[in-house]
Design a protein around this ligand. Structure first.
Ligand code: C2O
Ligand code: CU
Ligand code: CU
Length: 490
């Protein structure tokens, strides 16, 4: 279905066509009225769905235990009058928000009720490779996977999603994904009441068939895979959210297969970035728009006036490569007349002494079409060997297509970056032609036989083999590591 059909069918054609033409101009004027031809109130009619918090129990040794069930029998209603078959975790679509604490032991029971092999990966978590949930930890239909680890990293907004070789794009597209929040009881004072003034926003794009099903034809096809014309936030189309506080924290996750979002407010008002993928910033950074490629997270805080209504939208450049283009309203925030007074943010956000991220030995990675350094990923090949806890500089240089580079089992900062761009990361947008330098700090869990991945997080590219693998080894053993996993059992 073309974009125009979808718009006509939902009665928003004039609005979105005008929006497409006026998008960039309106963004420059900072005007909310530029693209609007209908009263704002008529456009956001569905209350934002807030993913439930995952229930947990405490084992006798103090470990926190969660049970997640992957299902393929969900029924969701996104568009009026239609039902969409969906996949979900402990529910019909997406999964519950899992919250763990710094220092805590975590045990997961991941049960698959799917009819095909999958995995569940903890994106952004530093943990042993065997617990990572990448392609080397398959969960067969009917099986339950029991990973466990100790949380040894700063507070951050992480997420979980399947990572099976060749089927990640489809499993995520159908609905398997959820938030994984690391809390630090000793962290700074930030809005933190889940669903009240601390709001998860899982951004995705979808295309619908006329009967209401998710269109799947292009998910694994074309340059970037499917770029949808309908935006879902936590599985809600055109949501609104009523606030009882004037200061709100939004935890944004780009869980789209390929689309790059540029969240900001339609009226151009400033907000503060407080966190990126893997942790809080040292200090809040004021800005008016952020860019998020698939896999990336940003935490922002904004203060609003009582009775105010403001639209969070995404305005990409009009002339950019495909995944960046377009203007999409995301969410309308409505502040109640009796809302609580705004609260000021602390000056410093990072707790303790800042984690060192420094340049180190250089590795170069050239992204070109679906290849990294001239080859496609091979699950049986070890591309790189890294020493536990190492600091390295990874230089990523790109060809002519946009990519989003993600590294498992490590966090990094962008060298040469300032402000929010210098925050802790595990995923980074790599524009066409760009060269980025990352100061990478690897985890300390040693396992020469089980690789972690690095790959493009545009899921059609990931499934197409745009990936590599590394193992983390003890110092001095780098040259003893077998580079092939063939014939090994894992
Ligand atoms: Cu979000 Cu390798 O994945
Ligand atoms: Cu990951
Ligand atoms: Cu890519």
């Amino acid at each position: 279905m073309t974009r125009m059909h979808a718009e006509a069918r939902t009665g928003r054609r004039t609005l979105l066509l005008a929006g497409a033409l006026a998008g960039l101009a309106a963004a420059c004027r900072g005007s909310q009225s530029g693209a609007d031809t209908a009263p704002t109130a008529d456009r956001f009619v569905t209350d934002l769905r807030i993913p439930p918090l995952a229930a947990s129990t405490i084992d006798s040794d103090g470990a926190r235990r969660f049970a997640l069930a992957l299902r393929d029998d969900g029924r969701s209603s996104f568009l009026p009058g239609t039902t969409t078959p969906t996949w979900g975790v402990n529910g019909d679509y997406l999964g519950p928000t899992v919250r763990v604490r710094v220092g805590e032991r975590v045990r997961m029971a991941v049960a698959s009720r799917l009819a095909e092999r999958t995995t569940l990966h903890w994106h952004g978590m530093l943990l042993p490779a065997r617990m990572d949930g990448g392609p080397h930890q398959p969960i067969e239909p009917g099986a339950t996977w029991l990973p466990q680890w100790t949380v040894r990293q700063p507070a951050a907004t992480l997420w979980y999603h399947p990572h099976a070789h060749g089927s990640t794009a489809m499993h995520v597209y159908r609905g398997l994904a959820g938030l994984l929040v690391v809390d630090d009881p000793n962290g700074p004072e930030l809005p933190g009441r889940y669903g009240i003034d601390d709001i998860p926003l899982i951004l995705q794009d979808r295309r619908f068939d006329p009967d209401g099903r998710f269109a799947e034809a292009d998910v694994d096809d074309g340059t970037y895979g499917l770029l949808g014309d309908t935006i879902l936030i936590n599985g809600t189309v055109r949501p609104r959210l009523r606030l009882r506080d004037r200061t709100v924290r939004l935890r944004l996750l780009n869980a789209a297969n390929a689309r790059v979002f540029h969240p900001g407010f339609a009226d151009g008002r400033p907000f503060q970035v407080v966190g990126t993928d893997a942790g809080l910033l040292d200090r809040p950074v004021t800005t008016t728009r952020v860019r998020m490629s698939p896999g990336e997270r940003v935490e922002i805080v904004v203060s609003l006036a009582a009775r105010e209504r403001v639209v969070l939208d995404s305005r990409g450049p009009d002339h950019a490569s495909d995944p960046e283009r377009g203007h999409f309203p995301l969410l309308q925030l409505e502040v109640r007349p009796d809302a609580a007074d705004p609260v000021a943010l602390p000056d410093r956000l990072a707790v303790g002494s800042p984690q060192p991220y420094r340049a180190g030995p250089l590795r170069r990675f050239r992204l070109d079409a679906l290849e990294i350094n001239g080859r496609r990923g091979d699950p049986a090949r070890i591309d790189e060997v890294v020493v536990a806890g190492a600091h390295e500089t990874w230089e990523i240089s790109n060809g002519r297509y946009a990519h989003s580079l993600h590294i498992h089992g490590a966090h990094f900062r962008l060298l040469d970056a300032t402000g929010a761009d210098a925050g802790l990361k595990d995923t980074v947008f790599v524009p066409p032609g760009a060269t980025l330098r990352l100061a990478v700090r690897f985890g300390t869990d040693i396992d020469p036989a089980t690789p972690y991945m690095y790959h493009c997080h545009l899921l059609r590219h990931e499934d197409g083999g745009m990936s590599g693998q590394f193992v983390v080894v003890a110092p001095g053993t780098e040259n003893e590591v077998p580079r092939s996993l063939r014939g090994h059992h894992h």
